[in-house]
Design a protein around this ligand. Sequence first.
Ligand SMILES: O=C(O)CCC(=O)N[C@@H](CCC(=O)O)C(=O)O
Ligand SMILES: [Zn+2]
Length: 367
Amino acid sequence: MNKLQVVVQEQQQALQSTGDFLALTRANEWSLAGRFSFQVQHQASNSQTNVTVLDTGLITFEPVELQTSNKDIVLSSAVHGNETAPIEICAELIKKLILGELACTERVLFIIGNPASINISERFIEENMNRLFSGGHSADQGQGAGLINKERHRALLLENTVRDFFEQGQSLLSGTERERCHYDLHTAIRASKNDKFAVYPFRHGKAWKKSQLQFMYACGVSTILLSHSPTTTFSYFSSNEFNADAFTVELGKVMPFGENDMTKFEQVKETLTRLISGQDLLLKDYDENDFSIYEIYQTINRQGENFALNFSDNVENFTDFPKGTVLAVDDGNEIKTDKDGEAIIFPNANVAIGQRALLTVIPTSIE
Ligand SMILES: O=C(O)CCC(=O)N[C@@H](CCC(=O)O)C(=O)O
Ligand SMILES: [Zn+2]
């Protein structure tokens, strides 16, 4: 064996004995010495799962009895490295799968998006990765064209990994109807009046799926933002290019590792566990009264050097303002609400010029 093969073998042994994929990922910020595979046996049912570590932060679980599966599931976390709760949730699911404590009956790809930014507890290193999908990695976004930094390379790798995963699912089991989903898990910078919420990416006129909202509800997410335009987010990429049921899911406010109240995530952990292991999802019948549904009304991109929000840092997401309120001033131009009840989401004055500094939303319905 050469040195690289020895490293790969040691990494595999450590992973199989600890199940700690997050540690392996954090120790290898941008790549691994090589990919590797092994099988695990579920302790209770003896069912077998093929595990493949594709690269750093990228791992698939596929039941050996593939014909029993009909879903290709992508669960991503750490597209923003300081959003720790989703990382902890996914790391725990991965550990249980590797140690044979959780049965895997569907194909699952876990993505830990930006390991280097986890290690410095920052949203990103050089560039916000959730603005780099659907080709954003190769576009001139005011910061120079082409693949100019590691996050752009990583976004391209994530795109290719998701594409391969979905396409392999289709070719492995051709003739069967497979469901594709991608839940991109985040936490928000600010506190929110509605603690958990999800962005439903633009569907180009296709119906919003009540069954997916029921799934969100089972995860403890009952506030949904409907997007009406293409974006360069990860969830829009999977929705648009692979017809996956995809969401950006915001699971509360961003916290450092160790400071998340994990009791707040019981519903999402339980529902994802059921999804992966083919158990009944225990979905409640759809009732519009269970949800707060909003549509994205204004997308405010920063245009100039001097951009300032006109409200304080502790104003929560979903705070609404009367018509005509100045929300921000961008190089002297006032940006105002256009309707009574327009509420703010994701305000962030510290974004690169050209990028989204704020969304506004208004209540709507999917009926
Ligand atoms: O709280 C914030 O300002 C940002 C939280 C976050 O990362 N949100 C995502 C939403 C993506 C989407 O619109 O689907 C992001 O800004 O990338
Ligand atoms: Zn995020």
